[in-house]
Design a protein around this ligand. Structure first.
Ligand SMILES: Cc1cc2nc3c(=O)[nH]c(=O)nc-3n(C[C@H](O)[C@H](O)[C@H](O)COP(=O)(O)OP(=O)(O)OC[C@H]3O[C@@H](n4cnc5c(N)ncnc54)[C@H](O)[C@@H]3O)c2cc1C
Length: 333
């Protein structure tokens, strides 16, 4: 368990689009900012559920894919230095003092003067393989999320899944890996048509309709997978270096319900300043409700600065919640 004694001005829980914009905006207000996200990647629902979808209702974009939006939000955050803690789920929040919160996570303890909750629909977890012994290999060469492309260089990689994520990773890894297999339980892929067309002219070996049947390996090292025909008895064994499973994600609201906040069913109730029922805790995005709340990225992008500006004002009452507009602000390109 790693404890950080450092006290941050604002800790943002959740690294979805709204948490990311809040983190950038907190930098605009010179706040010492930390973000805690349960997944190893940022972007929330946009990155996980619809990276290839084109969004037409985000201000300033005539059309932007989910992936590009997350890329732009990441670049925008990088104008400032935040402390970003990935693969860490906030489980408990305790108010120690007027301006001091203790946040307990799956990895340790954090301290913050204020909190902005941007937990959306809850923390996401990959939908896992139900084949016996799958968890044996999870810390080694069975992956649910691709973090570093380079680790697959010159390796034999088997990817399981039929959606955009599985197809995209197969196409991306084709140029890096020695050999890529893509296995799906149906004959048709549910991915973007253009990507499915690209599969046909690639060197990726397709195996459909097959599902994982048995995992074989030693210790935590998976060496081969036996696949079985979905509605038949044919078996096919593939030797591999890495097995990537993309079966989508499940979200669980879990801990938010235990933080002592006033809720309307599962949504956190906030006022027009994005204040929750606990002084010093603010919230924005899909996790909140108020009279007239609309759950969209565009509306969340408005709620994030409202929450941050009021959080800053609560720590430094001499600083106005309303920021002073300046023509002098410039970022290095
Ligand atoms: C298929 C689909 C299509 C959509 N299309 C559009 C569209 O076209 N336009 C539009 O405006 N909106 C669209 N939406 C809605 C949009 O994605 C959401 O409004 C937006 O993602 C909300 O952002 P958020 O940051 O509040 O929450 P989320 O995106 O849900 O992110 C929350 C993050 O918090 C993390 N988290 C949760 N709990 C914890 C915890 N305890 N500790 C640490 N981390 C935690 C989660 O892992 C997650 O990464 C769509 C949604 C779906 C599912």
């Amino acid at each position: 368990m790693t404890d950080s004694e450092e006290i941050f001005d604002i800790t943002i829980i959740g690294g979805g689009p709204i948490g990311m914009f809040a983190a950038f905006y907190a930098g605009m207000r010179n706040a010492k900012t930390k973000m805690i996200e349960s997944l190893p990647v940022l972007g929330g629902q946009v990155a996980l559920l619809y990276p290839e979808k084109t969004l037409y209702d985000v201000g300033g974009y005539a059309g932007v894919t989910g992936k590009e939006l997350v890329h732009q939000l990441t670049a925008q955050m990088q104008h400032f230095d935040q402390t970003i803690c990935l693969e860490e789920e906030v489980t408990h929040i305790q108010k120690l003092d007027d301006h001091l919160f203790e946040l307990t996570t799956s990895k340790g303890i954090h301290y913050s003067k204020t909190i902005v909750i941007a937990t959306g629909q809850g923390s996401f977890n990959p939908r896992k393989l139900t084949v016996p012994d799958a968890d044996n290999y999870e810390d080694n060469n069975l992956h649910y999320i691709v973090k570093q492309i380079e680790q697959y260089r010159d390796k034999t990689v088997v990817i399981c899944g039929g959606g955009d994520t599985a197809v995209d990773w197969a196409l991306t890894l084709e140029s890096v890996a020695k050999k890529v297999y893509l296995v799906h339980r149906r004959d048709r892929f549910r991915a973007h048509e253009g990507s499915v067309e690209m599969l046909k002219s690639s060197s990726i070996e397709l195996l459909t309709p097959f599902v994982p049947h048995e995992l074989m390996g030693e210790g935590n090292s998976l060496s081969s997978v036996i696949f079985k025909e979905t509605r038949g008895n044919k078996l096919k064994k593939i030797d591999l270096d890495y097995f990537i499973v993309n079966y989508g994600f499940v979200s669980k609201l879990g801990p938010v319900k235990q933080w002592g906040l006033d809720l309307d069913r599962t949504d956190i109730i906030v006022n027009s300043k994005m204040e929750t029922s606990i002084d010093g805790i603010y919230a924005a995005g899909d996790s909140i409700t108020f009279d007239g709340k609309i759950k969209l990225i565009a509306t969340g992008f408005g709620e994030a600065p409202t929450a941050v500006n009021h959080a800053v004002h609560s720590i430094h009452p001499k600083e106005h919640a309303q920021p002073i507009q300046s023509t002098k602000l410039s970022f290095e390109e």
